[in-house]
Write a protein that binds this ligand. Structure first.
Ligand SMILES: *Cc1c(COP(=O)(O)O)cnc(C)c1O
Length: 369
């Protein structure tokens, strides 16, 4: 038998009978690659500031650890990633039973939805926020309840608390929020948790933790001990620069961790990822120096944008958000034609990843006003 239909990516041919929830999902669209922009516009030297990646490769110790591990990949790695969990636990100051790992924190997020949300249960998350929240909610048949951000583009915990009903199983809080970059402090998280029902799992998604102002506090030490229904999600993808390796972790009550672990894909965190993540923990001083460089660059970019008259929400992650409204698409396209690929949210704003000084200068020089 021969296939007559071309396997083109822009043609959708449904084979079999996907679940209704899956059929209704839009395909996930990652940030555009620099090479794709080059092809589309006939340019060279495009740069990608669209996916909040670290501009620098992994620190040398991570490369060494992964290289050493390579020869052993004929064997399955430790399914539970026991050593990595132990090392993360020591690093963040909890027991190993309070830590799990997954294929990126996005992988753990999906496990959280699978663990807690039945069809028609409600998942509350402020909107706009991380784009996988609606996808995963829909995938399990949950109902998304999405109170608006406040007028500083920050999550509004008052409206989130008011949106919680008997059907609410999960609350998802990206902190700092993606794409707006704004963050909540520990006191507001604590008052929120004290106010709501304690059988609602509250996920504090700290993918950008290392870029936050430390005065905003640490939920692992200041929230988790008081609220067993809170879970903190973190990742090695952003500050540690291991996005393609796929390692994230969750810190929470052992009872929550045990439930999440039941949904684990076997060997989800592979041996190379386990070795690389452990080496990253050993190299945190070096990694935090790079984070400091990026934070200084963020300050410089924000100051320049403000001096040009842009209103920029408080930037607590490794990106800046330009709330351009109706101008978003034209500014996006103008930047892209000059080889600067950013992330547009049509009609709302543009998210631009903070990169090396040179790439940030390219962005600033290419911005129309
Ligand atoms: C980037 C990001 C993640 C996770 O990425 P992983 O690579 O899957 O760890 C999670 N949450 C938010 C808000 C993010 O921006």
């Amino acid at each position: 038998m021969t296939f007559v239909e071309p396997l083109a990516t822009n043609v959708s041919i449904v084979i079999g009978r996907p679940r209704t929830a899956v059929d209704a999902l839009p395909a996930y669209r990652p940030g555009k690659a620099a090479s794709q922009a080059e092809e589309e516009h006939g340019i060279t030297d495009a740069i990608k500031l669209a996916s909040n990646e670290n501009p620098w490769g992994p620190v040398p110790a991570v490369v060494e650890a992964i290289t050493a591990e390579l020869a052993g990949i004929n064997r399955y790695a430790d399914h539970r990633a026991t050593e990595l969990r132990q090392r993360i636990a020591e690093w963040v100051g909890v027991d190993a039973a309070s830590v799990t790992v997954g294929a990126g924190s996005a992988g753990i997020l999906q496990q959280l939805l699978l663990t807690y949300v039945d069809a028609d249960d409600e998942v509350v998350y402020p909107w706009r926020s991380f784009e996988v929240y609606p996808v995963y909610t829909q995938l399990v048949g949950g109902t998304a309840v999405t109170p608006a951000l406040d007028d500083t583009l920050t999550s509004d915990l008052g409206t989130v608390a008011a949106a919680i009903t008997d059907k609410t199983k999960l609350v998802l809080l990206a902190n700092p929020n993606n794409p707006t970059g704004t963050a909540l402090d520990i006191d507001s998280l604590r008052s929120f948790l004290a106010e709501i029902r304690d059988d609602v799992i509250v996920v504090i998604d700290e993918a950008y933790r290392e870029f936050m102002d430390p005065v905003l506090g640490n939920p692992v030490t200041d929230v988790l001990p008081h609220h067993p229904n809170a879970v903190v999600l973190r990742t090695f993808s952003k500050a540690q620069g291991l996005a393609a390796l796929r390692v994230g972790y969750a810190v929470g009550h052992p009872g929550v961790i045990e439930s999440i672990d039941k949904t684990m894909v076997p060997f989800a965190v592979n041996g190379l990822a386990q070795a690389g993540a452990i080496a990253a923990i050993d190299s945190m001083d070096e990694i935090m120096e790079r984070v400091d460089t990026l934070k200084a660059e963020r300050g410089r970019v924000v100051a320049e944008l403000v001096s040009r008259g842009y209103e920029i929400p408080d930037a607590q992650a490794n990106f800046v958000y330009l709330p351009l409204g109706a101008e978003t698409e034209s500014v996006y396209l103008s930047l892209e034609k000059q080889g600067v690929v950013t992330r547009p949210f049509p009609g709302e704003g543009l998210r631009v990843t903070i990169s090396s000084a040179e790439e940030n200068d390219r962005f600033l020089a290419s911005l129309p006003r």
